[in-house]
Design a protein. Sequence first.
Length: 298
Amino acid sequence: MTQQNRAYLYGLGAVLIWSTVASAFKLSLRHLSPDALVAWSSLVSAAILAGVVRRHKWPNLASLWKDLAPSLVYGALNPFLYYLVLLRAYDLLPAQEAQAINYTWAITMTIMAVFWLGQKVTPLQLVASLISYLGVLIIATHGDLMALHFHNPWGVVLALGSTLIWGAFWILGLRDTMDPILRLAANFACGAGYAFFWLAIRGELTLPSLPGILGATYVGLFEMGITFALWSTALRLSRTTAQISNLIYLSPLLSMLWITLFVGETIRKSTLIGLGCILAGTALQRFSDRHLQPKEAL
């Protein structure tokens, strides 16, 4: 097997696993509160990522303390705040809506980069943003754009708000030079600590039921844990980032299939149309970003 084929294999594996996450969130929330699911799944992920780091020789953490200290901030954003907000959105919205709206994170990151990093926005990027957020409107109103009646406005606000938290996390980490898996392990260790402290404050620090534990384990293992390692390996092995990053478009489409089969939701036509707009806007955004880069960077 060639190196590029191995990259595709790792990339497809990551995309396939990620496509199950919306269903896993919704099923797990039947047995756990959003706060508890964040805490227990973050703990699982921290343990898994620590095991991955250990396989590559555990570093001297005492000497790395200055480098690990930023994880106190990064971990507060992701996983703690990001998943706390995102899972509350999943608790309020159908999985198909929360998953599709959350997929606007790429557009949100571009808009935040304009204000935080001083990057210029091109007309093509502006069009991409408008197309994506039109998709959000279609999903949130169930296709009734003229009435503009939001069936669960708070859930939509939370789903969009999660993309702002993710964008802030991404921008703060742009200059981070630490090994990404080591950084992620530290982030999840800190995030799990924050999450359990939050549970204790709310008086919810109890052992979950067996279905709850299984759900948190699945989410921590696949959404937050080893899937990142698979995706990072795929990017490292691939000749170009684009050859692998384009696979991510398969995830939301497969996700709709799993939501139908396992969660039992009937996928609305408005969700598919809105998701199509979001994916089209994201694709247009990526095309614009690549077009602005020098050829040797592609």
